[in-house]
Structures are given as C-alpha cells and as structure tokens.
Ligand binder design. Structure first.
Ligand code: HEM
Length: 417
C-alpha cells in the first residue's frame, strides 16, 4: 500500500470525555453537525468514540455488522457479544428472519384495512377538538394497538400493548444517558431495577396473550418458523418497543411539516384515499421520505469496532464506539441541496445511495419492521390529512433527543375538512 492509499485515522478533536459530555449534553444534534463541519466526515469526538459521516464508510460499517462492527448492547444497554456464531446473536437473527417472513404482503394488506378503520376512530375522537397537545402520546397508543393486533391476530393483547409504554418509559433514563455505569453498579441502580420489573410485567402480559383464545398474526409465523414461546416473547418485546414511539414520532414530524407547508398538505389531501387506500400516491410517499430525511426518529445508530478496521479510506481503531447519525448525514450529504428545507418534490428524481439516506439503517441489523412501518406511516397519514388541516400552535425550538427524536412541547391545532 502506498502512502496515498494508506487508510487515514479519524480526525482527532483532542476533546476529553468530560469536555465532550458537556458540549454534547447542551445540544446533541448541533454538536454532531458542528463536529462534521469543523473536522470532516470521520471524527474521533473523544478517545475511543468515532463519528462516521462519510457515505461510503457508513455503508461499509453497517454492511459489516455482526462481524467487523457489532451491536454490543441489548434493550437496557447491557453488554452482549453481538458477533455471528454467538448463540444469542444467532437466535436473534433467526427471530429477525421469522419476523420478516411474517410481514408478508397478504398479512400487511389485511392489517392495512384494520388500521385505516382504527385511525378513522381516532379522527372521530379528534373531530370535536380544536387542538391536540402531545400528539406523539396519542399516536403511540395507536401504534401500540396496531402492533398488538398485527402480532396477535384475534387474541386479546390490549394489556400487553398498554405495558409497552411502561417499559419504554422505564428504559428512557437508562438509555438516554451517555454515561455508562459498570455492570456491577448498574444492577443496583433503582432505574435499572425498575426497567427489569417493567420488562417482566410486559413479558407476563405477552405470555397471557399467547396462551389466550384467538388465532393468526405474526406469532403464528414465528411458531411456524420453529421459535419456542420464550424466543417469541423476547422477539415481541424488542419489536414492541421499536414499534411504539418511533412510528408515532415519524407521523407527528410529518404532520408538523404539513402544518408549515399548507400547499403540500392540500396536494396530499387531494391525492390520498380518505380510507387509507392500498396504493400510496407519490406526493405522500415523497412527504414521508422528506420528513424521515429531516427528522429521522432513530437519529443515532451505534456499533463497536471488532478489532482495528478499515473502511474505504479510513481506519477505525479497535474497540471504538462508532456513531452514525442519519440526522447528520441527511443534512450534510451533498446530494440533498438546500438540506434544511422541507421539499417533498425533490424525491421525484432523487436517488441517494444507501449511505446517504438511511432512516431505517442498512445491512443485517437494519430495521426489521420496515414493511410494517411503511404501511403504518402511509395509512395513518392518509387518513389524518384527509380529515384535518393542521397548524403548529406551539413547539419548543429544540427537539427532544434523549432517545427517539421527538418534537418537544408540541400542540397541534386541528380544523376538520
Ligand atoms: C417509522 C418507523 C421506523 C423507523 C424510522 C425505524 C428505524 C429503525 C432504525 C434506524 C433501526 C436501527 C438499524 C440499525 O441499527 O442498523 C431500527 C431497528 C429496529 N427496528 Fe425499526 N423503525 C421503525 C419502525 C419499526 C417497527 C414498526 C418495528 C417492528 C414491528 C421495528 C423494529 C425494529 C427492530 C426490532 C430493530 C432492531 C433490529 C436489530 O437490532 O436487529 N421498527 N429501526
């Protein structure tokens, strides 16, 4: 290898861990954006923590997940090996395959019909109101019921759906903190123990629903793929958490964008099937794509370098915590001109690479629920924009980034069409 082709180490900022935490805690997104602007696309924010924002390197890191770059945290950020061949990783990957198989076109189509009716009932409740304070919270209830219905078919999983929010809330203080406590300390933290107890309660509700009368749903596909009851419950807990707040946040950001761009909202309302039809009109698809570009709910993807790795032009130190931010990438990749503007029509001709546009991640650990998420976003948004005109009554200037990217302090105004 000649000098020119030698992989380059990340640009070092020389910031201490304490210095980074102070800057990061003030404005996480702003700090990451500023780091890329100041230091370039691959930056060692502090020793051992590398932000990767080069599209080719991002693609490479995520494509090599489970071998060279690992997912080393479970839902409570306890350490796991994450390497292919490890029994827990293999069991997870089997569960993923079975889940994706269960999201078949006929299963999704049947679910779409149910979800459009359920969203219609939400609209009926909103009809008499002039505003919705904290729409994410109301949409979370819808996404929890949607996931419970999709998984359990005609069995009653209402209690499990309600428990998902409890578990997520108990996890927030644990996973939102950038400070990691050593495992021996974590086990004694009251917040850690609260999350263990919330998870146990959710698992009990899921077991009860599994054993109850009824049929169909994703659980039937998981059983057909050979997953036993406990593996099924573990899969459902992770999927339930991932499908609760994230789609609700995505729908809410799209409503905020449409409230600010009434012309696009009118174009969507004119194009959609008010009952959440089987095909998604282009303008709605573009609106969703643009909204996920500007406000990707999962704004941070984490990996750990399994030994010293080379990604294209860059070398990544062994054991580095690798941060990839769809939010930062979507606002800095040159393919997105005027990046902070909400311009759905750009998607009529835009074809970013996988590393440039990644609201669902890439590679073997990308979002396992994408097919269901796409369906939920299209169905819920079509129904809402067909029924209401939205305005932003109030919203804090900075979003809430503790876990999912959320609008903070939001009240949406509503006017029935
Ligand atoms: C708008 C909606 C959604 C968005 C934007 C989204 C995005 C993402 C992203 C960025 C990741 C991380 C990928 C990575 O680490 O490479 C992820 C992981 C995941 N998502 Fe989603 N997601 C959404 C909805 C859903 C739904 C509805 C489900 C379940 C039905 C789901 C299940 C999961 C699971 C289980 C993982 C972890 C995958 C793994 O570690 O193997 N997501 N999602």
């Amino acid at each position: 290898m000649t000098e020119q082709t030698m992989p380059r180490p990340p640009v070092r900022t020389g910031t201490t861990q304490a210095g980074l935490m102070e800057q990061y805690e003030k404005d996480r997104l702003g700090h990451l954006l500023a780091s890329v602007e100041r230091h370039g696309p691959v930056v060692e924010l502090t020793e051992g923590t590398v932000l990767v924002n080069d599209p080719a390197a991002v693609h490479d890191v995520l494509r090599r997940t489970n071998t060279d770059f690992l997912v080393t945290g479970n839902i409570r950020r306890d350490e796991v090996s994450g390497v292919r061949g490890d029994p827990a990783t293999e069991a997870w990957m089997r569960g993923r395959r079975a889940t994706q198989k269960g999201m078949s076109p006929p299963a999704l189509e049947a679910h779409r019909v149910w979800l459009a009716e359920e969203t219609g009932r939400l609209c009926d409740r909103w009809q008499a109101r002039s505003s919705v304070t904290d729409p994410v919270a109301e949409l979370e209830q819808l996404s929890a019921r949607s996931f419970a219905r999709f998984c359990f078919g005609t069995r009653d999983a209402g209690a499990a759906a309600a428990r998902t929010g409890d578990l997520l809330n108990s996890l927030t203080p644990l996973i939102s903190s950038p400070f990691h406590f050593p495992p021996a300390v974590r086990r004694f933290l009251p917040r850690y123990r609260r999350s263990v107890s919330a998870q146990k309660k959710l698992e009990e509700e899921l077991r009860r629903a599994l054993d109850g009368p009824g049929e169909g749903g994703l659980v039937a596909s998981l059983a057909a793929a050979g997953l036993d009851g406990e593996a099924t419950v573990r899969m459902l807990v992770s999927n339930g958490l991932a499908s609760y707040r994230v789609p609700a946040a995505a729908v809410t950001w799209a409503l905020v964008a449409l409230a600010r761009e009434p012309d696009v909202a009118e174009e969507c309302a004119a194009a959609v099937d008010p009952g959440g039809g089987a095909t998604t009109p282009d303008i709605l698809r573009w609106t969703i794509a643009e909204s996920l570009r500007l406000w990707p709910p999962n704004w941070l993807i984490l990996r750990t370098a399994n030994g010293l790795q080379t990604c294209g032009d860059w070398s990544i130190p062994a054991g580095a915590a690798v941060m990839i931010s769809p939010y930062v990438m979507h606002r800095t990749a040159p393919v997105f001109t005027d990046p902070s503007a909400f311009r759905p029509h750009r998607w009529a001709s835009l074809q970013p690479t996988a590393g440039e546009y990644l609201p669902y991640g890439i590679g073997s650990r990308w979002c396992v629920g994408k097919a269901l998420a796409d369906l939920e976003l299209a169905t819920v948004l079509s129904t809402l924009v067909a029924r209401f005109r939205f305005t932003v009554e109030r919203m804090d200037p900075l979003p809430d980034v503790r876990t999912t990217l959320l609008p903070a302090g939001l009240t949406l105004g509503l006017r029935p069409r």
